[in-house]
Design a protein. Structure first.
Length: 114
């Protein structure tokens, strides 16, 4: 029940103009990742990265530019970058790389959508 209420709130936020990146935090094993997987069904494309996996960490470690990082992430998933507006990018276990939190703050400010 609680998860459905939060999902509804996410769906409402998705419809807003000028929405910003969202960080969902909380204790472990309460269903945050499951919630986002459900939310992803409302998008055309879903990019999932788990920073506990070395192969998912590499782009975040090597690319400093927000625009270049997003393009690389879309490329890694073989998805068209032009579909950015129709995509959900989920970065799981972000606490594994606290140094990227500052970089994530610039996602909204520095995006150049075509």
């Amino acid at each position: 029940m609680f998860q459905r209420e939060i999902l509804q709130e996410l769906l409402v936020c998705k419809q807003k103009n000028g929405r910003k990146p969202l960080i969902i935090s909380g204790p472990g094993q309460v269903g945050k990742t499951s919630l986002i997987h459900l939310f992803s069904k409302s998008f055309k494309y879903y990019l999932y990265f788990n920073l506990k996996r070395p192969e998912d960490r590499i782009s975040f470690q090597e690319i400093a530019s927000t625009q270049a990082l997003l393009e690389a992430l879309f490329f890694r998933k073989s998805l068209p970058f032009k579909e950015l507006e129709n995509s959900l990018l989920f970065i799981d276990e972000v606490q594994e790389m606290p140094e990227i939190i500052n970089q994530l703050r610039y996602f909204y400010e520095n995006l150049e959508c075509e």
